[in-house]
Design a protein around this ligand. Sequence first.
Ligand SMILES: [Zn+2]
Length: 79
Amino acid sequence: MHRYLDRELDEHTAKRVARHLEECRRCGLEAAAYTEIKHALGRRTSTVDAAALDRLRAFSDSLASGHALPDADTGVGDG
Ligand SMILES: [Zn+2]
């Protein structure tokens, strides 16, 4: 997905991801979070946790494949 955000994906994949983000709110939120991290990275690499990046990488990888993070503990309760 990072590629999608970077506009480096192919039109086909980009549309596929975009559509998913619309349907899947959770992924949409992840995308937003990733955007923030990207900004943080651009400014300073100390503000971002490696764990967060690692998670996002796995997330984007899952998206590219089809969907979705495996059953991982989000830690955030559903509100
Ligand atoms: Zn999703």
